[in-house]
Ligand binder design. Structure first.
Ligand SMILES: Nc1nc2c(ncn2[C@@H]2O[C@H](COP(=O)(O)OP(=O)(O)OP(=O)(O)O)[C@@H](O)[C@H]2O)c(=O)[nH]1
Ligand SMILES: [Mg+2]
Length: 349
């Protein structure tokens, strides 16, 4: 925590507002429930516990049966020891978890803006930024690309040009995270009541940006000289609450960012390619050999950047494989639980 939450906030802002409380959540509970089951926001998730903060609440509680992620709003039980209810989420950023079962890993809930951070050096990678953007679009979270280490770069223009070309729906900001720039350059997304997250590879400056916005002193470490890679300094997600601006989530650099259940996010990111696929003769066109393929026709006419096309194809194929596998697993789980229930029923007779 970067704030002593037992102290009332200054001015008209309530503590719940500083935490990101919003009519969307208030509409889900009655006045009586608000008193009996006080709302609190999950600021950290551990294996067996959650850290939650609310009005006069700043405590660790047990992890319930239901899966919960950082940024969730919960209603606490009377003893304030466990969640009674998880409120519906305004947004949810998720990816395919590690392992063979292709389960979904929730990264953060109820974000308004995700700052996708990359530095103006060898870390910069359009395909990786596109992955983060697809996840943000899918979640309905506003993405902003933040290019750091401008002070260490002789010419930021090629980085800015490449980042700006990714999507006309995304703003690009270039700055020195160690200066005063983050406070004013990111101010429009960091108003009271908003929740923002910093996402990106290790070493790009996510914690440095959190420090710049909150005035705190989260641990940061230099990157490896040889390849500009970070040292995975931040090891868990932590939602920081500020006195006078937004709630800010710092995240560890993600080694692998596999997309799943993100078809509409990918379409939002590549709307031109998605629209072309609708003109293909066959609805299951693979865009490789089929006659009447609108994508192949556009390639032939020189209307498409083939590198971008290859990135889209890779992302869309990966999404489909992961989502199909997930749907199959869900189907199998459903079948299994049906079988178990019918055995239980028989045994009861
Ligand atoms: N000169 C300069 N250094 C920066 C800038 N942003 C970050 N750094 C430095 O880069 C190193 C890594 O920054 P961190 O903030 O720890 O990076 P991170 O993204 O949080 O990394 P992980 O926690 O490992 O995911 C630190 O030494 C920072 O001081 C910048 O804009 N300019
Ligand atoms: Mg960090």
């Amino acid at each position: 925590m970067t704030r002593d939450t037992s102290q009332p906030p200054t001015g008209e802002t309530t503590l719940l507002e500083l935490l990101g409380w919003h009519p969307f959540f208030a509409d889900q509970i009655t006045d009586d429930e608000m008193i009996e089951m006080p709302p609190a926001r999950v600021t950290q998730v551990h294996r067996n516990s959650l850290h939650v903060v609310g009005a006069e609440i700043d405590t660790t509680i047990v992890y319930p049966d239901e899966e919960i992620t950082v940024g969730d709003w919960i209603l606490l039980n009377e003893g304030r020891t466990k969640p009674e209810r998880v409120l519906d989420r305004k947004s949810l950023i998720k990816r395919r978890g590690a392992g063979h079962d292709r389960h979904i890993q929730m990264i953060a809930a109820n974000l308004d803006t995700s700052f996708i951070v990359s530095s103006c050096n060898r870390d910069f990678n359009v395909a990786r930024i596109e992955r983060y953007l697809a996840l943000a679009f899918e979640a309905g979270v506003n993405p902003v690309i933040v290019l750091t280490k401008a002070d260490l770069c002789d010419d930021v223009e090629p980085f800015v040009t490449a980042a700006t070309a990714i999507s006309d729906k995304v703003t690009v900001v270039v700055l020195n995270a160690l200066s005063n720039a983050p406070k004013h350059e990111l101010a429009q997304w960091c108003k009271v009541g908003q929740t923002v997250a910093f996402l990106g590879s290790s070493g790009v400056g996510k914690s440095t940006l959190v420090n710049a916005l909150t005035g705190s002193n989260i641990n940061t470490q230099g990157v490896r000289e040889a390849d500009a890679r970070g040292r995975h300094t931040t090891t868990s997600r932590h939602l920081h609450i500020t006195h006078d601006s937004c709630a800010i989530l710092d995240t560890p650099g993600m080694r692998e960012l596999q997309v799943t259940d993100a078809a509409s996010g990918i379409s939002d990111l590549f709307p031109d390619l998605h629209n072309l696929t609708l003109d293909c003769k066959f609805s299951d066109c693979s865009h490789t050999v089929e006659p009447g393929c609108a994508i192949l026709a556009a390639v032939k006419a020189g209307d498409i950047d083939t590198d971008r096309l290859a990135r889209w194809a890779k992302l869309a194929t990966e999404e489909q494989i992961n989502s199909d596998a997930l749907a199959q697993r869900k189907f199998k789980d459903k079948k299994l639980s049906k079988t178990i229930n019918s055995i239980k029923k028989k045994n009861r007779k």
